[in-house]
Every structure is written in C-alpha cells, then in structure tokens.
Design a protein around this ligand. Structure first.
Ligand code: PLP
Length: 567
C-alpha cells in the first residue's frame, strides 16, 4: 500500500510548481514572505480552478523564524518549529541526491490544499531528517534561508534535483515545470540528464544534452530586481557539493562563466520567462539582455485574503465571487453603509490586536495608516518619518495613527536597525501620532492589518519593488493604497479613484517622495477621510471594483495556464 493518499493525483499529468518557500497556512512556517505567500496563492487558486498542478518545496521543520521585539526595539529570532505529522501525511517513496560525496536520502510529506469548489492539489514537502543520513545532512531541509552558501546550495540541490526525482518516484507524470524564482533551477540540469541523447546516437562532438527539449518543459518566474535576490555560487563550491553530477564546461555555458548564477541557468533553460508586473518585466528585460521576459502581474487569493466581514458581504451580494473575482467590478450594487460597517468590524479587530500586543489604545474614529512588509533598506519603512515636525503638524489638523509590522532577515543588520529606528520614531512622536509596531508578521497578522487599516501605505525605492502583493490584499478588503508608483501600483493606481500615487513614476529622489507623501496625506487623503464619508467609501469601492477584481491569483493562474503551460 504505497502512498495510498497520493493515488487520486497520479492519473492526471500535472504542472509541477517548484518553490523554496510556500505559505500553506499561518501555522506552517514554510515561508518567509511575499514569495512564499505567492506560491501558496498559486496553489490555492489551482485548487479553486481545478488546475492539474503539484507543488514541491522543503519541509523547513524549524521554519524561517518567529519574531519577538525586545526593548527598545531589537528583533529577537526564535525557531518556528512545526510538526509535519500534524498537518501532512508521510509518503513512502525515498530518493537520494549525492552531495559532498555522500548520498543524502529524502522523503516527502503530502499536504493537500482543498479549493472551495472541491478541487484538490497536492503539495510535496521534502525532508532529509531520516535515520539513513548523518546529523549534518539531517539538518539540510530544516531552516528556510538559513546557513551559509554551502547549506544554501545543498538545499537548492535537494529542491531541484531531489524534487524531480521525488515526483518520478511517487509516480507523477509532469508535463510542465514552473520555477518560482531561481532557487530550484538545478531541476533543469536533472531534466537535461534525464532526456540526454544516448551515447550511440551522438556524432563527433554533439552534445548529449537536448536543450530545446528541456526548455520546452520549463517556465521561469523571476521575482526581484535586487541583485542579492539572485543566488550565485562559486564553482569551487559547486564542484565540492555536486561532484561530477554535471560536466563543468557545459554547466558554465548555461549558468555563467565566473559563478553559477541560478537566474542565468533558469533563463537559459526555460522557454517561457516572466516578471511579476509590467514594470518589473521591463526592468528585468534590461537586466537580462537577450531574453524575452513576459509580464504576468501577480495576484492574491480572493478567499484567503478577504476578512470575515467582507466575505459575508460579497457572499450576499456577489455570490460566486470566490470563483470569479471579476464579479467584484459590480461592487457598486452594495450600499455604502454596508461597506463601511464591514470595514468598521475589521478595524475593531485590528485595534483589539494592537491593544493586546502593545497596550496602545487606538481611536476607531481616526484613520489608521497600515504598513507591513519585510524590513529591508529598499522598502524604506522610515520614509513616512523623514520629517517628524511636519508629521506632527499634519496630525494637528487631521489626527491619524500608524500600525507597522515586518521581519528583517536574521543576517540583515540594516533591516534590524530599521526596526529599532521605527520604535524610536514611535517614542518621539508619542501621543502626537500614535504608532504601534506589531511583532510576528505572518499570514494571520497580514490579514488583520490589510483589512483593519484605513489606508495601505507603501514607499519602496523604485524600481526595486517587483510587484508587492500586500496592497492587493488591502484592495480586496476595500482599503485604498497610498503608494510610490512602482511594482503593481503602476498598473493599479487611478489617482483619487482606487487610491493615491506618490511621486512621478520615474522619480527616485527620496526627498521628493517624502514631500509628496506629506502633501498627499495633508491635502487629499486625510481631509477626505475626515469630512467626506461618501467620497471615502467611493474610493473604497474603487479599490474593490477596479483593483481587487483584477489583481487576484485566479486571473494570474488563468494567464499562466493559457500563455505559459499551454504555449
Ligand atoms: C503578503 C505578504 C507579504 C508580501 O507583501 P509585500 O507587499 O509584497 O511586501 C509578506 N509577508 C506576509 C506575511 C504576507 O502576508
């Protein structure tokens, strides 16, 4: 009775979606941030739309990390342990990948995502914590984005090479592969090996590798224009870890002469390549000359990212919105008062969360600016606090409050300092502008914040925000964005209709952005909130009808299906 639970998934050929992280559930810490949430939303939409997919990721038993804040604002990281047996079923099949001269054995855990219309998709989480392996190798699938280069490369080898072997061992038939970021690009090498032409058929110095055949199987989504987001490994390390797995000269031709560049490898071995917003595809085309980079703008999963009160509202007025979120264009059928009441409910939940976590009592009658994302330099969480006197002056005329959350990568000292500075600003502003920092940003907190805030703020350094998805979640809950025109917001912003833009599209001057942010707040956003309820609800409806109806993962997956998988 081998892997009985899997049988129902094996009869249909599938698209295999490979991701280093995947957000399955708030309590399953196999994700760090936006990339993992997107991967989860991809599979949740696949389940809703009954797309034949299977996802592969690592089990990450110790997760990314749990964040606590120690006074006066220092991030403390604790392991986020979870027990796969509580939320997944062990699979029997076992495969090995030779790393550093040793066979590392891997098994899989099966987690099933169920769509709201009964569709199901399997997720296979790879686990090297097996008795066959020595202590060092047992830790390889344990910490998401933990460890140094060698650990990282071994993880990526287990994901890419091990993942392809595992799917084959389990009996999956895969007709397309989708690489979510370059982390899994070694899977393409495994495919080259599997589809190699037999020695006897080769003439002269023919390559045994059938590159066009593998390219036809692979789709690659690149996610960031930030250099550090593209993994590169030293060929010395690659040789030590992978041994003679792949001929070095051939590898250098595919992955870069100097270092093994995972993005380069993925670009060369994927026929379909895309960025995650129009602007990001343009920027990526410039970064990688010679490659055609399509644009499939990201989206978020409708049901997952809609709070309880809005789910009830949409169910009542726009039944089937979960399957066809395009229906949200008809939001004007819903009375203003119902929209406002649904929002009030979400806002009270956020205020309660803030009270419990920080003791701060926010005022439900005053607007809340929400800001939550990875704490790292290019996201510029401090931009709002560039001029505290100006901020106090604005708040005297139009009182408002701020709620912030976000984790810094454990090795991103700059990001951790940003968290400390944010706490410093909060103390300096005191009662003039109440500022709460909520620790432990995760999927749960994200939903509470994107639905409970009145305005969703985003101030990244253009063009570094590839897409950004938290603003799309806000839109689903009728919360308008106030954001720098970068990533998805270049497409989503209709000034004064769906929210507000900060600055010229191409401008990147920090002072400009802070100045424009302050004047937008003072002359548009806050006065509208304070004195024109009908006008405000109109913008809320603009966010739902014009942003949420489009920037959702159902639309995104329908596009991947027709333009990438079925190309
Ligand atoms: C949605 C989400 C993100 C990504 O948000 P961005 O706007 O892209 O920064 C990160 N972390 C969590 C927990 C999320 O839910």
């Amino acid at each position: 009775m081998s892997d009985h639970a899997l049988q129902r998934f094996l009869s249909t050929p599938r698209i295999a979606y490979f991701s280093m992280e995947i957000a399955l559930h708030a309590e399953i810490p196999t994700y760090a941030g936006g990339l993992g949430v997107l991967a989860g939303d991809v599979m949740r939409s696949a389940a809703d739309l009954a797309l034949p997919m299977v996802a592969v990721s690592l089990v990450s038993r110790r997760g990314y990390f749990t964040q606590a804040i120690e006074p006066p604002g220092r991030q403390v990281e604790r392991p986020a342990e979870w027990r796969p047996e509580d939320r997944a079923q062990p699979l029997d099949a076992k495969i090995a990948v030779t790393l550093g001269g040793r066979d590392v054995w891997v098994r899989g855990w099966l987690h099933v995502i169920e769509g709201h219309m009964g569709g199901q998709v399997p997720i296979v989480l790879l686990d090297s914590d097996l008795a066959e392996n020595g202590a060092e190798d047992r830790h390889l699938t344990e910490s998401l984005y933990g460890g140094a280069d060698e650990y990282r490369l071994k993880q990526e080898a287990l994901l890419g090479i091990g993942g392809v072997r595992m799917l084959a061992a389990l009996g999956f038939r895969v007709w397309q592969f989708h690489l979510n970021e370059g982390h899994s690009a070694l899977l393409a090498l495994e495919l080259l090996r599997r589809h190699a032409r037999p020695e006897a058929e080769l003439r002269g110095d023919d390559s045994p590798y059938d590159v066009p055949r593998v390219r036809a199987l692979c789709n690659f989504t690149t996610h960031t224009p930030v250099e550090a987001g593209h993994d590169q490994f030293d060929y010395g390390l690659v040789s030590r870890v992978l041994g003679d797995y792949f001929e070095l000269d051939a590898l250098k031709e595919l992955a870069g002469a100097e270092r093994l560049n995972m993005t380069r490898l993925a670009l060369n071995l994927s026929e379909y390549v895309n960025g995650v917003a129009e602007r990001h595809a343009e920027v990526s085309s410039k970064m990688f000359p010679g490659y055609r980079v399509h644009a499939v703008t990201n989206g978020v999963h409708p049901f997952t990212w809609t709070c309880a009160s809005f789910r009830v509202l949409y169910d009542r007025h726009l039944p089937r919105w979960c399957h066809e979120p395009d229906l949200l264009v008809r939001v004007d059928q819903i009375a203003d008062d119902e929209i406002w009441q649904a929002h009030r409910e979400a806002k009270f939940a956020l205020i309660e969360r803030v009270r419990i976590a920080t003791g701060l009592a926010l005022d439900p009658e005053r607007p809340i600016l929400g800001f939550a994302r990875r704490m790292t330099a290019y996201k510029r969480p401090e931009l709002l606090f560039s001029d505290l006197d100006r901020l106090r002056a604005i708040a005297r005329r139009f009182p408002f409050q701020v709620v912030i959350a976000g984790k810094a990568h454990p090795r991103d000292e700059g990001g951790k300092r940003l968290i400390e500075r944010l706490h410093g600003f909060a103390r300096e502003l005191g009662d003039a502008v109440p500022v709460a920092f909520l620790p432990g940003y995760d999927m749960n907190l994200a939903l509470v914040m994107v639905s409970g805030a009145d305005v969703w703020l985003n101030t990244p350094q253009p063009p570094l925000e590839a897409s950004g998805t938290s603003g799309m979640k806000a839109a689903l809950n009728g919360v308008p964005n106030l954001s720098v025109l970068d990533g998805w917001w270049v497409e989503g912003c209709i000034e004064g209709v769906t929210g507000w833009g900060i600055g010229e599209e191409q401008s990147d001057a920090r002072a400009d952005h802070a100045t424009v942010l302050y004047s937008k707040l003072e002359s548009h956003v806050l006065p509208l909130y304070q004195s024109d309820r009908a006008g405000w609800v109109k913008v809320m409806k603009g966010a739902i009808g014009k942003n949420a109806s489009f920037f959702n993962s159902h639309r995104m997956m329908r596009r991947y299906a027709t333009e990438a998988y079925l190309r």
